[in-house]
Write a protein that binds this ligand. Structure first.
Ligand code: GLV
Ligand code: MN
Ligand code: MN
Length: 400
């Protein structure tokens, strides 16, 4: 079977899972029914191909070809995640998992014998769309996030993390760093849709990642006095939504001043009534910068702005600047005939593993719209085929 037919078939099998008919985007949140169906798809597909399936202590799914404990240093892991942001595109995450399945299966079908074992991983909750912490699967796997933090989390509906996880049959108190699973990742290569315009501008279907900008998430609650929308004179109002509006404008101006980015993509207003001045507004901020000092200065500004409107800025997660493994990246660059190497403002599980000393690299596939975390995200079949073929060459080059 050729690459494009195989890849299209794999995408078709998950196309309906979590798809919103109105927007065309995907809602695939961790520990949801959609997540359960995606995990079942992954397990069944890999089992059918003869892989051994396991789930680590962080609830990430693994599929291994060969014995992962025989010669772990030579193991090569591919994969990504299957969850999405609210109304996310079809490719952020799934492209990495499905391309890996395609590449490995085609190579094994040709009789290729890898030196070490080859694994494919489906990381849980990469986007953090449900509980607010991105890359939760890799953060728990590496021990960066422990149960002490997990037990504090709740989802968008206010349901505690522990309750949601327990309802899926998983014991949340057992979620922790997994030494065995970590010891098996000799090297990790994550293929991912590009989430910007760099490869379009460079006229290249593929690129390698050099580093990920440091980034973090914060939240603040701005309060006011709830009152009648018709009878309360403007001068007598204490309206948290007005404060929120100023806060967001301050944020944007500060990001511009620091040549960084800051986003307030989630605001919850209470009680959310048309004809009542709100009692409070909770805002979440995602901020990223090219270097740590700049991010620190931006975060200090944001804390000051929140304080000015009576709020306290709380940090929800912080990811340091991540430099991908140079020897591994250089080896892949030379295997692939020197595609461009680009930095990115997007976070990834490969970045978390790299921060914890696991040799990791990323391969990006051009996105013709340059848009991501949106139903407008796209990938051309020709570029996706180039991505799978590149992964095949990487597997042969690194594990042959
Ligand atoms: C994940 O895609 C992120 O960068 O937020
Ligand atoms: Mn994403
Ligand atoms: Mn992703």
């Amino acid at each position: 079977m050729n690459v494009s037919t195989y890849l299209s078939e794999l995408f078709a099998q998950i196309a309906d899972i979590g798809r919103d008919e109105e927007t065309g985007g995907y809602r695939r949140f961790a520990y949801s029914d959609e997540d359960r169906r995606l995990r079942a798809f992954f397990a069944q597909t890999m089992e059918k191909l003869g892989f051994t399936i396991s789930v680590d202590a962080a609830n990430n799914q693994w599929a291994w070809w060969g014995d992962p404990d025989r010669d772990p240093e030579h193991n090569l892991v591919l994969g990504s995640h299957l969850d999405s942001v609210p109304d996310g595109g079809a490719f952020d995450g799934p492209l990495g998992v499905l391309s890996a399945i395609c590449a490995v299966e085609l190579l094994l079908g040709e009789g290729f014998h890898p030196k070490g074992a080859v694994g494919i991983v489906n990381f849980i909750d990469e986007e953090g769309a449900r509980f607010g912490v991105a890359c939760l699967g890799s953060r728990v796997l590496t021990g960066e996030t422990t149960f002490a933090r997990l037990r504090q989390l709740s989802d968008y509906a206010g349901r505690p993390f522990v309750e949601v996880v327990a309802s899926t049959g998983v014991d949340p108190t057992e979620l922790r760093r997994d030494e065995l699973a970590l010891s098996r990742i000799g090297r990790f290569v994550e293929l991912h849709i590009e989430q910007g315009h760099q490869l379009i501008n460079l006229d290249s279907p593929l690129g390698l990642a050099s580093f990920i900008w440091p980034h973090g998430r914060w939240s603040t609650i701005l309060t006011g006095v709830p009152n009648h929308a018709g009878t309360t004179p403007l001068a007598e109002r204490d309206d948290p939504v007005i404060k929120a509006a100023h806060f967001v404008l301050d944020l944007a101006a500060s990001a511009e001043k620091h040549e960084a980015v800051a986003t307030c993509g989630k605001i919850v207003v209470e009680p959310n009534a048309v004809n009542a001045i709100a009692s409070k507004a909770q805002l979440w901020v995602d901020a990223r910068a090219e270097d740590t000092d700049t991010l620190d200065r931006l975060a200090a500004d944001i804390a000051r702005f929140a304080g000015g409107y009576g709020g306290t800025l709380m940090n929800e997660s912080l990811t340091p600047a991540t430099v991908f493994d140079r020897p591994l990246t250089e080896a892949i660059v030379s295997i692939l005939g020197h595609p461009p190497v680009i930095s990115t403002g997007a976070g990834h599980d490969a970045g978390i593993l790299a921060t914890h000393g696991i040799p990791s690299a990323m391969l990006f596939v051009r996105n013709p719209t340059g848009v991501s975390h949106s139903p407008l995200e796209r990938a051309n079949m020709e570029d996706m085929v180039a991505g799978v073929e590149a992964l095949m060459r990487v597997i042969q080059g690194l594990s042959g």
